[in-house]
Design a binder for this molecule. Structure first.
Ligand code: G6P
Length: 607
């Protein structure tokens, strides 16, 4: 949720930390801070609001001298966004400074204990207990202290720690929150993700829970909680530095929308060899597939919407019952899940707290876990039996686009793979699906060419108070995503409804001029959806229709958007593109902060 960075090397730390924090702002952007070691003491600066405030306050970091430091960008959980609640948090003596991403679940009892011992708290955060705990346990040996602190705190953490007794190093440790170590030449880093440090190094250590890292300018050592050194393997980041830059676009979101053909190509093509789907990365045998009693899909947000598509696709193709549930519900519903069930966890970040907890719940019941994840080495990937990575590259905009699209493509690959293994496809059907999958990136590119028309439609409707999305079957699943895209970045109230369900209540909200986006790409259900569109039109709605080239919605639609034809199950990948662009342009017309919508964060590591 929050982003943390740390630096030690030959250069002034604060400007480097601020530049790295810029790349982590997507994780939280309500306050920020840095701490450095300078002139025998820890100095710090913090500022409420966007990172730019902190930059101004510190003259782009130039005012904070010192070659070792830690930094933080916050998404408030405990205590409002304010200078005081911003990290780093210092211990009372000023000996320790701490940045933290995660939640300390037992902070109230720890705080009470520390208060009883005379410690004074100045913020409302859970993190401040860590700074004081360091002080409380410190008897001169920093490793012993770190081990004691992490033994006492419950919850999740990625911590960067400065101690003024060790001016030539800083410390880091993580549990269930992301943090990587970057290995440079005469300089070393910690960061919540690769994007923040790729400018400096591509050599990375991925960390296990509770591995303690000691970073000096000339080297990094990693220890376990028995103080034994752990030999780590260096991983090379392969993606290009441009992937984490805006590259001339006004917003990351539009850049990422336009990257979808490439992201799809990268995700699909390595998995199709000689006309066959090859899922070498997973160990699901034909026997395993035949034994599956039920599939559960668990995810949050847009990834959940991929799960809704997946339910229709997998049930239709594989005739296996699929239940898609939001992870925050699944984890507490005492699920009836067991050894013969397959649980598919879908997550871009691989760190969403609810998805991870739901996955663990399913695992405890003996289910097999397959995850679809974008971030290599993430907690969800690590906790799964099998992982199918989406190769979308880094996604920075809070509103997901290319990750959603690549997740869909993995679902198509998996469903087609399983249906084939189950003998449910003729060779002709299989070959057509493979052909259409291979053509999908080009077709997405074709839909992207419709930009001008969508921009025009957005300019007509950006003042609406409320917009409805309707569709049936897969069109309904995409309606959910279209509605979410619009509301999260434009702040326009929006609802997605199964078209046939409208008449059971929601239709009472339709009045003169209400915009209803009717998605009718499904051939078999085209007439049904058109009938529902007529029902709303008769009550004054303005209808924007989305259909494939072979169907004509002009009898009901005031405006019509066409998408190319493909296999039925693949249509969501094409339908969603105009909806992403519509949300984007509506938000742009309203002057919204598209990449960083209010109250949201990209990576949600709290319940
Ligand atoms: C946040 C993001 C959404 C995302 C959801 C799940 O709410 O704003 O775009 O769909 O988290 O994230 P995940 O990383 O698990 O896909």
């Amino acid at each position: 949720m929050c982003g943390i960075v740390g630096y030690i090397g030959g250069s002034q730390a604060a400007p480097i930390l601020l530049e790295s924090l810029e790349k982590l702002e997507y994780r939280g952007y309500d306050s920020a801070g840095v701490a450095v070691y300078n002139k025998n003491a820890i100095e710090f600066a913090k500022s409420k609001g966007r990172l730019v405030n902190l930059k101004e306050k510190t003259n782009n970091g130039e005012d904070l001298k010192g070659i070792v430091g830690i930094g933080h960008t916050r998404w408030a959980t405990h205590g409002e966004p304010s200078d005081l609640n911003a990290h780093p948090h210092l211990s009372s003596s000023g000996r320790f400074a701490v940045v933290h991403n995660g939640i300390i679940e037992n902070y109230i009892s720890l705080k009470k204990k520390l208060c009883d011992k005379g410690f004074e708290f100045i913020s409302e955060t859970d993190t401040e207990v860590i700074a004081h705990l360091f002080e409380y346990y410190y008897k001169g040996d920093i490793m012993d202290t770190i081990i004691k602190v992490i033994d006492r705190v419950e919850g999740s953490y990625a911590l960067g720690v400065l101690c003024s007794d060790y001016p030539d190093r800083f410390f880091a440790v993580r549990k269930s929150s992301p943090m990587i170590v970057g290995l440079g030449d005469g300089e070393n880093f910690i960061s919540s993700d690769v994007a923040a440090i790729i400018k400096h190094t591509r050599d990375i250590y991925y960390l296990e829970d509770n591995e303690i890292v000691v970073l000096k300018a000339d080297g990094v050592k990693v220890y376990n909680t028995d103080k034994e050194e752990v030999k780590k393997e260096v991983s090379k980041v392969t993606w290009d530095i441009d992937a984490a830059e805006k590259g001339g676009y006004e917003h990351f979101m539009m850049k990422e929308i336009e990257e979808q053909p490439t992201a799809l190509e990268k995700t699909i093509s390595p998995r199709i060899k000689d006309g066959k789907i090859v899922l070498d990365d997973i160990s699901l045998t034909t026997e395993d597939i035949k034994k599956i009693r039920k599939i559960y899909i668990i995810a949050c947000g847009s990834a959940y919407h991929v799960g809704v598509v997946a339910k229709y696709v997998i049930e239709k193709m594989c005739r296996i019952s699929v239940e898609t549930q939001v992870a925050s519900e699944f984890r507490y519903c005492d699920p009836i899940v067991g050894a013969n069930d397959l649980v598919i966890a879908i997550s871009q970040s691989g760190e969403t707290a609810d998805t991870l907890a739901a996955l663990k719940e399913a695992k405890n019941h003996g289910a097999r876990i397959l995850s679809i994840v974008n971030v290599v080495g993430s907690a969800i990937a690590n906790a799964s039996d099998d992982v199918l990575y989406t190769w979308a590259g880094p996604e920075i905009a809070v509103a997901t686009t290319k990750a959603y699209s690549t997740q869909l493509s993995v679902i198509y690959l998996l469903a087609t793979y399983m249906a084939d293994k189950l003998g449910l496809l003729t060779s002709g059907e299989y070959a057509k699906l493979i052909r259409d999958l291979q053509e999908l990136p080009a077709k997405v590119a074709e839909v992207l060419e419709n930009k001008d028309k969508i921009q025009y439609l957005a300019s007509k409707f950006f003042n609406c108070h409320s917009i409805f999305f309707i569709g049936r079957n897969l069109d309904y699943a995409v309606a959910l995503e279209g509605s979410l895209k619009l509301k999260e970045i434009s702040y326009i109230h929006s609802e997605a409804y199964a078209a046939g369900e409208l008449k059971h209540g929601t239709i009472s909200l339709i009045e003169d001029g209400t915009l209803v986006i009717a998605i009718a790409t499904n051939n078999d259900l085209f007439d049904k959806t058109v009938s529902n569109a007529k029902e709303v039109k008769a009550r004054g709605a303005v209808v924007m229709g989305i259909a494939t080239e072979k169907n004509d919605m002009s009898e009901v639609a005031d405006y019509e958007i066409k998408i190319p034809d493909t296999s039925d199950i693949l249509l969501p990948s094409l339908t969603v593109i105009p909806l992403q662009m519509f949300g984007y342009y509506v938000a742009s017309n309203k002057g919204c902060d598209i990449d960083k919508p209010r109250n949201l964060a990209k990576s949600v590591t709290v319940e």
